[in-house]
Design a protein around this ligand. Sequence first.
Ligand SMILES: [Zn+2]
Length: 310
Amino acid sequence: MDTLQFIEGEFPWLMPSFAFVMGAIVGSFLNVCIYRIPAGKSIVSPGSTCACGQAIAWYDNIPILSWFILRGKARCCGGAYSFRYPFVEALTGFFFLAAWLSHSPLKALCLMLFSAMLVCASFIDFDHMEIPDRFSIGLAAIGFGLSVLVPELHDVARSEFAFASVKAALDSAIGILIGSATILWIALLAEAILRKEAMGFGDVKLLGGIGAFLGWQGAIFSIFGGALLGCIGLLFWSIVKKFRPQTETPSVPATPKTESEDDDQSLERHIPFGPMLSGGALLYAFLLETEVLQYFSQFETLYREISQRL
Ligand SMILES: [Zn+2]
């Protein structure tokens, strides 16, 4: 840790830049995962290939930069590459940078892994209206495991508690339970009112995973912060759709659609909640944690005052 402090003192820009570049490289790998995992293909081999079957050379596969150097076209066949590739890379880079700047190194590393898994789950949810269990349940399992190994994730200092790992694991477990239970009740309520399935079970599991990393406060915030982000996003989407010519087709790698997906893919009928919940979770993790925790602790104080008076 002393070396790290020395580096931060002498070259304050070095570690943040490194975090961003690492994020962009991880983002490049996430692009592969987003495309291959739902298709049931291996994410390790073969290496990156173009849609035409040619292998992509390393110098054409530099995160973010290559897309702009090649102006979004493959060198081999001139096929169009979706802007989503550099976008996912830049987004992941930005999240890694935000994690590094907002938390201590160990917690930042945990949150980098957290954000990478959320990016992957969100884009798969966006494409396929489904969050694979390996992300939702995987997030819960990894979050719980990391809490035991790195109690700092739940801001439990090792010196403060003799059983720091136990305390952090408890925070994580409560986060899983309260997170998934709260959204389950909201889903059931919405289903009763709207008389149709409003949320998938995948969202319930995903929020459990978010709670495992962020505790119950973060999980609760993700629902409401995510709903707010979703409203802003939907507004944005409807404006973009209004002004975009109808002939333009998305250049996302074409995936064969199944019958159930085919009829009503429009965002008006099916709203993916995964990206919203993820957005809310990262907003909490990188920006609003202190404020939200303060907000929730006010309720505790209020509760204590009331119970003293009774
Ligand atoms: Zn090609």
